[in-house]
Write a protein that binds this ligand. Structure first.
Ligand code: DQA
Length: 144
């Protein structure tokens, strides 16, 4: 089983970016821990971070040809990107949306997700644990 873990804009700044909201772990810390979980479960992970909307769209559409599912933190594109919504819908891969923070407890403009409706589910507010929960959810969904 192959899973793409795709992280959007500004997530490369994790560790120093608003640690009171996003925690002190870097994205590499989070991805390394997730890879260990995936290895133990016999799952192959591809990890990508991009600040560019078009690159996120391309990564999603290319995943159609090699991945069994996607764990996606679209970051700010969650609230703005019809293109990312369309890519998720078009690639037809089961996708779990993850947010480190509880977006529904934050500014009003974060309460709408343009992308969640084309995902199989959304996990938010659990920090880096959300990625692990998403991995378990995706494996269960794909396996079942
Ligand atoms: C985020 C939440 C988004 O609203 C924000 O733009 C991000 C990170 C999260 O993981 O909590 O960049 O996706």
């Amino acid at each position: 089983m192959k899973i793409l873990v795709l992280n959007g804009p500004n997530l490369g700044l994790l560790g120093t970016r608003e640690p009171e909201i996003y925690g002190k772990e870097t994205l590499d810390d989070i991805m390394d821990a997730l890879r260990q979980d995936a290895d133990a479960l016999g799952v192959e992970l591809m990890t990508v971070q991009t600040d560019i909307e078009g690159e996120m769209v391309s990564a999603i559409t290319k995943a159609k040809w090699y991945a069994d599912g996607i764990i996606l933190n679209p970051a700010a594109f969650t609230h703005t990107s019809v293109a990312v919504h369309d890519a998720i819908k078009g690639c037809m891969l089961p996708t779990v949306e993850v947010h480190l923070s509880n977006v529904y407890a934050r500014e009003g403009y974060r309460h709408e997700s343009i992308t969640a409706g084309v995902c199989i589910g959304q996990i938010c507010g659990f920090g880096s644990l959300g990625y692990r929960l998403a991995l378990e959810a995706l494996i269960t969904k794909i396996g079942g």
